[in-house]
Write a protein that binds this ligand. Structure first.
Ligand code: BES
Ligand code: MN
Ligand code: ZN
Length: 509
């Protein structure tokens, strides 16, 4: 779907449908909605006043125009509620845009036009960006595997953003472009996660990463089994040893603009299918475990967006990719392995594989002397128990970095909540036989998993996002259809876009 910016009155736009944004309360009708109301001799105002249309956020109502008053080109109007103006936010724009776009799609129309709703404190660029993000993300569908139901294909092709002010058009175009780049990064990540486990193997992800370098200013290196062995990534190798699909360790680098400084390193868990290993998952627990590479997908989506936006900061992506399978060659509960860092690990549970592969990626990150390291991982069911499905757990060893992640999340509408990493948690991952073990007992599982990771992140500011809840949705959200969510793509891109050196507060722990 294309978004175009034009200057002129909304009601004069050559579109099949005009979207009218309506607030709750006294000043319900503004801008284009007021103009339309005048043209219809107060019909919309009466619908709102009588309660026939209640402008709750994202509520829509179609008004077909049997006869078109003078100056009105579209044959249909679509009212979209915005709720109370005091509570309206950028995320409200995303949701309203998605609701409008989905209604138009369901009407099988090819195009619509809209004038962006006002939002105090937000620039026109930010409003345009949010609108495009919401509309594009809300319409997402994965159709690669549908042969028969092609009637489902979307007819909706273009949206016109109308502005009455000529001098606003250029800033709106900038916002539209940013919104498109971000939404396309999200869609790339959603596609990668949605591909089934037999398709999105480590080798597949490596090919996708390499493909990115053709279109964008990115370098990519893929380490295969031999190189992973040479690096002595014993933790990653232990997880990978049961799988018929060889592990890949993908290194992507975006050089940034200007003189390259220390990079921001983004690490994504890339378990392309998590059966649990010999500590086998139940059937229901295993059913959606193709999504266990959502962290890796988020980093790929973010790097695509970061390179298309030509952001100034240098960024490195590290993606340890493997399956976690069962076979005669599988690792066993009780095995002891030596990680790349030299720290020995007792594998208490083969299903706690994410922290194993991440530990070697964190050690590998040292060679870049990073300004900061952020990892994203569908790491623990415990995090979903603690925070629910729609919130990521946030932990780290540097409060300044944790704050940056929180700010980026707030700006993009992603939900994150910080969990503590007090010293006492580190006692829970002590092992009788090795330096540490990969589980921490029954309670606080999201935290003990992070304590494990923290042992490999002592040399740099580090933050961890446990995205086990939000990565995969069972039900629709306003601009996230059920299935793979692409969580993290916009957050990471925003974090890098706003990047400036951290204050050198001593990292905790
Ligand atoms: N990939 C899972 C975590 C997960 C669970 C993600 C549910 C998304 C939804 C991870 O590898 C795992 O199995 N974790 C175990 C750890 C335990 C064995 C210490 C868990 O959460 O049960
Ligand atoms: Mn697991
Ligand atoms: Zn896993």
């Amino acid at each position: 779907m294309q978004t175009r910016v034009s200057v002129g009155p909304l009601m004069g736009a050559k579109s099949e449908l005009a979207v009218l944004c309506v607030f709750k309360g006294k000043k319900a009708l503004r801008g284009a909605a007021r103009e339309a109301d005048k043209a219809l001799r107060g019909a919309i105002g009466r619908m709102v006043a009588s309660g026939e249309f209640k402008p709750e956020l994202r509520k829509t109502r179609l008004i077909p125009l049997l006869e078109r008053p003078k100056g009105v080109t579209p044959r249909r109007l679509l009212l979209v509620g915005l709720g109370e103006e005091e509570k309206f936010t950028l995320d409200g724009i995303r949701g309203a845009a998605a609701a409008a776009a989905k209604s138009v799609r369901d009407l099988a129309l090819k195009n619509f036009c809209v004038e962006l709703p006002p939002l105090a404190g937000a620039t026109p660029e930010a409003r345009a960006q949010a609108w495009v993000e919401g509309a594009r993300m809300g319409l997402y569908r994965m159709e690669a595997y549908k042969r028969r139901e092609k009637e489902n294909t979307q007819k909706l092709q273009s949206v016109s953003l109308l502005t009455p002010q000529r001098k606003e058009a250029e800033t709106l175009r900038r916002g539209v472009r940013r919104g498109e780049i971000l939404a396309e990064g999200v869609h790339f990540a959603r596609d990668l996660v949605t591909h089934p486990g037999n398709v999105h193997t480590p080798a597949f992800l490596a090919r996708e990463a390499q493909k990115l370098t053709r279109k964008h200013r990115l370098r990519c290196r893929v380490l295969g089994t031999r190189e992973i062995q040479a690096l002595k990534m014993g933790a990653l190798l232990s997880v990978a040893q049961a799988s018929a699909a060889p592990a890949k360790f993908i290194v992507l680098e975006y050089p940034g603009r200007g003189r390259p400084g220390p990079p921001v390193v983004l690490i994504g868990k890339g378990v392309t299918f998590d059966s649990g290993g010999l500590d086998l998952k139940s059937s229901s627990g295993m059913r959606t475990m193709k999504m266990d590479m959502a962290g890796a997908a988020a980093v790929l989506g973010a790097l695509q967006a970061i390179s298309r936006l030509q952001l100034p900061t240098r960024v490195v992506g590290l993606l340890p990719c493997t399956e976690n399978m069962v076979s005669g060659k599988a690792n066993r509960p009780g095995d002891v392995v030596t990680s790349m860092s030299g720290i020995t690990i007792e594998i208490d549970n083969t299903d706690a594989e994410g922290r194993l592969i991440l530990s070697d990626a964190l050690t590998y990150a040292r060679r870049f002397k990073p300004a900061a390291v952020i990892d994203l991982a569908t790491l623990t069911g415990a995090c979903v128990v603690a925070l629910g499905e729609d919130c990521s757990g946030l932990l780290g060893n540097h409060e300044g970095l944790v704050d940056r992640v929180r700010q980026a999340a707030e700006k993009t509408g992603d939900r994150v909540w910080q969990l503590p990493l007090w010293d006492e948690y580190f006692d829970l991952i002590r092992s009788d036989i090795a330096d540490i073990k990969n589980t921490g007992g029954r309670w606080g599982g999201a935290i003990t998993a992070s304590a494990f990771l923290a042992r490999f992140a002592e040399e740099f500011p580090w933050a961890h996002l446990d995205i086990a809840g939000p990565a995969w949705r069972d039900t629709d959200l306003p601009y996230t259809p059920k299935g793979a969510s692409g969580v993290g793509v916009r957050m990471l891109t925003e974090l890098v876009a706003a990047w400036r050196p951290l204050k050198p507060t001593a990292p905790r722990k």
